[in-house]
Ligand binder design. Structure first.
Ligand code: PEP
Length: 248
């Protein structure tokens, strides 16, 4: 039985004070949670304060990105050791916005995923096709390439989480239908089974893209959807807690 995850990606939003206030409300709202995992990914500047605010709760702290070296002359980058130091247990890797605006490739995603695992961080590896790719009928080719690329030379999946996030659904309000999402989740699962055998059955595959408290129930009912990576709807406590309240 895979344990669901609801992860909030706050992107480049919220001051430290706003982040702490949101984290406190999420902490209070999840206090009695019996199943699943809740994760929040504030901006780097708020990680320390949010980590402090979440102490005593089961809400896990994530970073939205990391560099693939422990330390060195990499101006502007943040290392996985630094993320561990502030209490992160998860790190989002290869989000489509990083791929688009910061030209991250399957190779850099792979370097980061390997480094995260070696450091004891759990990577949430994002994959997903653009609308143009979907219209051309190459969704599986693109997602397959991204999954294989991200996981190259990784031989254990224990701490790996995959997030299928169709680019056309991110921040657009155009959520994938449960059937569209499940088709790709099932494809990813079959691909993982092909590469890794039976350990693939335990890998959590999250859906991301315009998830709200009004559409999550249908998505989470799908066989291979194990939770959600949530952007916009994670910025308001009632929206985020509303999603969590619909989890099984
Ligand atoms: C995301 O950025 O990962 C995301 C899924 O955003 P949104 O929920 O706003 O579509």
């Amino acid at each position: 039985m895979r344990k669901w995850i609801v992860a909030g990606n706050w992107k480049m939003h919220n001051t430290i004070a706003e982040s702490v206030a949101l984290a406190r409300t999420v902490k209070e709202g999840t206090a009695g949670l019996k199943s699943g995992e809740v994760v929040v990914a504030p901006p780097f500047t708020a990680l320390t304060s949010v980590g402090e605010a979440l102490k005593g709760s089961s809400v896990a702290l994530a970073a939205q990105n990391m560099y693939c070296e422990d330390k060195g002359a990499y101006t502007g980058e943040v290392s996985p050791l630094m993320l561990k130091d502030v209490g992160c247990t998860y790190v989002i890797i290869g989000h489509s916005e990083r791929r688009k605006y910061f030209i991250e490739s399957d190779e850099t995603v792979n370097l980061k995923a390997k480094k995260a695992l070696a450091t004891g961080l759990k990577p949430i590896v994002c994959v997903g096709e653009t609308d143009g790719e979907r219209n051309k009928g190459v969704t599986e080719a693109v997602v397959g390439r991204q999954v294989r690329g991200a996981l190259a030379d990784i031989d254990k999946l224990d701490n790996v989480v995959i997030a299928y996030e169709p680019v056309w659904a991110i921040g657009t309000g155009m959520v994938a239908t449960p059937a569209q999402a499940e088709d790709v989740h099932d494809f990813i699962r079959r691909l993982l089974v092909e590469i890794y055998g039976c350990m693939a059955a335990d890998v959590r595959i999250l859906y991301g893209g315009s998830v709200t408290k009004d559409n999550i129930a249908e998505l989470i009912a799908m066989e291979d959807i194990d939770g959600a990576l949530v952007g916009g709807a994670s910025l308001k406590a009632d929206g985020f807690l509303g999603i969590i309240s619909k989890m099984p």
